[in-house]
Design a protein around this ligand. Structure first.
Ligand code: GDP
Ligand code: MG
Length: 303
């Protein structure tokens, strides 16, 4: 018989929605700190991947990301948007993060409309309050409140941490009672590989912006630990076409070098040890049209 959970424990999923650059990653880092306890095996583009886990008193709050909610054009786009809403639907709470400096842009508008259409309520979080005037902030809060899809509004600076504690407390109170779903201890070797791949993928997108489709994937192929505490990480960036490979490599390999340096630096901070990072770029054709890959990623092919 399963052991009864310690009294008063709570655990639940919080879907973190928001347009690119609103500060989702920054908020997670502030909430979770270096305690990124687990990274889902389906880390690349699944319907809901675990971003981080925040333990607060008796509550374990599991933040899940949903692949970007944007305007679907190609088949893969449509599959991802579908998956995103599915992921949000599965969550116990939805948080919509908005850049208070930028206000409501097209992406945010689409998410708000999506919430209304799916009849979901969300916690509104206005971020970057360190960078805006109070009057503008209140106006934005008022406007968004009028949408009728928000249960609460928080104003925070993910960067300075201002207001984040209140938000964390609210979310911790909001997840349902139940046993914790994830171990409390630190990341193991396998999630670390995935985490490492995810970090390189992020650098790839940061440096290449729109030049590369998000069908590009990063895999950590080797992980070797040395006596001096350092680790050698071997990764492969998979792209679909030779032209994309050329983009990732850059002139004389400059792009991949810069990318590797940025990823390496973050990995060293994250793992708190010396990292030797080796990245190769390989072409894997037909990737975006292969139903098998969709299933691997937890996406529906026919949408
Ligand atoms: P994401 O794309 O939603 O994950 O956004 P990021 O967390 O990567 O943040 C995008 C940019 O906004 C970065 O340059 C952050 O440093 C910046 N940023 C995030 N949160 C804040 C904040 O509270 N205040 C300010 N001024 N900048 C922020
Ligand atoms: Mg991010």
């Amino acid at each position: 018989m399963a052991e009864a959970p310690p009294a008063g424990r709570r655990c639940g999923f919080v879907a973190l929605l928001g347009a690119p650059n609103v500060g989702k990653s920054t908020l997670l880092n502030t909430l979770v700190g270096s305690k990124v306890s687990i990274v889902s095996p389906k880390v690349q583009t699944t319907r809901s991947r675990v971003l981080g886990i925040c333990i607060r008193g008796p509550a374990q709050v599991v933040f899940v990301d949903t692949p970007g909610i944007f305007e679907p054009r190609r088949r893969l786009d449509r599959a991802m948007v579908q998956a995103a809403w599915q992921g949000a639907g599965d969550a116990d709470l939805i948080v919509l993060l908005v850049d208070a400096k930028l206000g409501v842009d097209g992406d945010t508008r689409r998410i708000v409309d999506g919430l209304r259409k799916t009849k979901r309520k969300a916690v509104l979080v206005l971020n970057k309050i360190d960078a805006v005037k109070r009057t503008g902030l209140l106006k934005l809060a008022e406007t968004l409140n009028g949408e009728g899809v928000f249960t609460d509004i928080f104003m925070i600076s993910a960067l300075t941490g201002d207001g984040v504690d209140d938000l964390a407390g609210h979310l911790a109170d909001g997840v349902p009672e139940g046993p914790w779903l994830y171990p409390e201890d630190q990341i193991t070797d396998i999630p670390m590989r995935l985490l490492a791949a995810e970090i390189t993928r992020e650098k790839l997108y940061l440096q290449l912006h729109q030049e590369l489709p998000y069908s590009a994937a990063v895999e950590t192929e080797s992980w070797q630990e040395f006596d001096d505490g350092s680790v050698r990480i071997g990764q492969v960036v998979y792209v679909q076409r030779p032209s994309q490979k050329a983009i990732v490599l850059g002139k004389g390999g400059q792009r991949i070098k810069a990318l590797g340096a940025a990823a390496r630096e973050e990995l060293m901070t994250l793992f708190d040890r010396k990292v030797h990072l080796f990245i190769h770029v390989k072409t894997r054709e037909k990737w975006a049209d292969d139903p098998e890959r969709y299933r691997d990623l937890g996406l529906e092919f026919d949408v």
